[in-house]
Design a protein around this ligand. Sequence first.
Ligand code: PEP
Ligand code: MG
Length: 325
Amino acid sequence: QQEQWRKLVQEPSVTADGHTVELAANIGTPDDVAGALVNGAEGVGLFRTEFLYMGRNALPTEEEQLQAYRAVLEGMGGKPVVVRTLDIGGDKELPYLQLPKELNPFLGFRAIRLCLAETDIFRTQIRALLRASVSGNLKIMFPMIATLQEFRAAKEIVAEEKAKLQASGHAVSEAIELGIMIEIPAAALLADQFAKEVDFFSIGTNDLIQYTMAADRMNEQVAHLYQPFNPALLRLIDGVIQAAHAQGKWVGMCGEMAGDLQALPILLALGLDEFSMSAASILPTRSALRGLSQLQLQQLREEILAKATPEEVLALLDEQLEEVY
Ligand code: PEP
Ligand code: MG
């Protein structure tokens, strides 16, 4: 099987009926780029920038960040690279920021919330990204967006820093897309409004499942409630994709669900455009795609969304897809 997969490294990510999607890699450091390419990644769908900030005693400088972002953009050689701005807080701590202990860190001061409050940290990262933008195909993504106001504020900061950089003689790409992660149910439910203003969505199922089911993603005792195939979650995902497509925007997914072969037919049925996953999952997914018909799956969309439980969703797929893999 490994041999079969290897042959697909340079092949397109296309279904049996000719529907093309993008299979991208989730990375955490510039060193991960090589592995992404060896495994046939068509882009980076999620660069978690936290690593730059972790395991040290002080914030990374603009120059340090610039080097890392440039290395990834150049390494990917013009393929799309979605860089997520700092997503600290929740389960990811930065001791040197000395943030107060919180009772509910996953519902607290994290990610874009922290960045919009501590704007020096955020502006430094944005400047580094803008300066790196001329080295490749950069897309900037904001994590944990709950309100349009947050997106507008972040977008405004990007515009301000871009103007300042250009005024001081720095080149900045004019083609940078700005998108948001959909990982809070409020943003998923309001996707039609967001879709008018963002360039893309990327669905972060790791958090979206946790917040939709009110089940801590780290807590074993409620792991049975952490249900990727719950129709409640599938309806949220569907709404996001429909809303984006109505505005001509693309939708990716960068949570674990994107690399789950059991989820693949469902996500194709719902019309997902980009799947971002650990590098090791890309070739198995590309191989599985070749055995699936998007047109056929699309016809199951309403039936899937009308199911009541995860078990019913999976039974429907089992019944419809014999011997797909
Ligand atoms: C997610 O929430 O699905 C996601 C990709 O982000 P992280 O796992 O880094 O929270
Ligand atoms: Mg997340």
